[in-house]
Design a protein around this ligand. Structure first.
Ligand SMILES: [Zn+2]
Length: 318
């Protein structure tokens, strides 16, 4: 009798557990997923595969809290923030010039971006590929991350810019991957992830160069003389522009498809064919890549690079 009762209890318990776990599948109903989490899933579909109980779920099954409930000042958000705070300002191109404090996309959840792009220099470097940057305008090949479609997006930007001889003086000093903290901070710059490009630096304005003594909360005057046609081309391909920030950085473009969703084929017109990431002179590409390493490491890297370079060509020819 006792054994029977125990068995019955066990069955009931199993049923209760099974029932309670049924509604919370890997992904909640789409109408209960917060807007920001939904955008993250759409922008990084190969990396973020679900959302459940205030956590985003990555491809490897690991989870990251979406909204930790902590209210931070802007100064604090620069040090640490959760995923939800990425969206604290909507990237709205009509809010221009930017009002006091309006910095859409400038707050980056470091833990999230490290998960997507890599949390060490080595991991990030292993994802860099060569973009054939504006060859008709005299540009040089540059390195960008292949993760999340970033390099493909930058190659599309380049292909469009390259049709405009009048942009020549804007594209020739492009700088992308650079392992450095943001000026005056210990935080990694988005240039460390290989998702940012600085361009036409001599024609640009950066708030910290214009106001070397200003803090995040100082009132400053907005400055910009950048070519807005170029800005428009970047923005069409999933990039955000640092010139839309109150803390202006007008040379700076950053691949952020969650802030500025890439327009669909229908909206964009005819999709370009044959994106040629890696389609550059192998010797130039190799040189570019080897420069990331110190002399001692270069022999072993050279072999790895040859395999990688072939692979990146093969991938883009599909
Ligand atoms: Zn930059």
């Amino acid at each position: 009798m006792n054994r029977k009762r125990l068995l019955l209890c066990s069955i009931l318990l199993i049923t209760v557990v099974a029932c309670s776990s049924t509604p919370s599948s890997r992904q909640e109903r789409s109408d209960s997923i917060p807007e920001g989490a939904r955008r993250i899933m759409e922008a990084y579909p190969q990396h973020v595969v679900g959302y459940e109980n205030n956590h985003i779920i990555f491809w490897d099954g690991s989870r990251m809290i979406y909204n930790d409930g902590i209210k931070r000042t802007t100064e604090q958000m620069h040090q640490q923030q959760d995923v939800e705070e990425i969206f604290i300002y909507e990237y709205d191109i009509t809010k221009f010039p930017p009002e006091y404090g309006y910095d859409p996309g400038r707050y980056r959840c470091a833990a999230f971006f490290e998960k997507i792009y890599g949390d060490t220099r080595e991991k990030i470097i292993s994802n860099l590929v060569v973009v054939n940057w504006c060859p008709k305008l005299g540009g040089r090949p540059i390195l960008f991350t292949s993760v999340a479609g970033a390099a493909e997006a930058l190659q599309r930007v380049s292909d469009e810019l390259d049709q405009h001889p009048e942009f020549k003086e804007w594209v020739t000093d492009a700088q992308t991957f650079n392992w450095r903290p943001i000026l005056g901070t210990t935080r990694l710059s988005p240039h460390c992830y290989g998702i940012a490009i600085d361009m036409a630096i001599s024609k640009s304005h950066y708030w910290k160069w214009s106001y070397p003594h200003a803090t995040e909360s100082t009132q400053i005057e907005y400055m910009n003389t950048y070519n807005m046609e170029i800005v428009e081309i970047f923005e069409r391909h999933g990039f955000i522009w640092g010139g839309r920030w109150y803390h202006f950085d007008t040379m700076h473009f950053e691949y952020r498809p969650e802030m500025n969703p890439i327009k669909s084929k229908e909206q964009e017109g005819v999709e370009q064919q044959g994106i040629s990431v890696g389609n550059v002179d192998p010797a130039i590409a190799e040189e570019l890549y080897l420069n990331l390493f110190d002399v001692k490491q270069r022999d072993s890297i050279r072999k790895e690079f040859k395999a990688k370079f072939k692979k990146s060509i093969a991938e883009t020819n599909e």
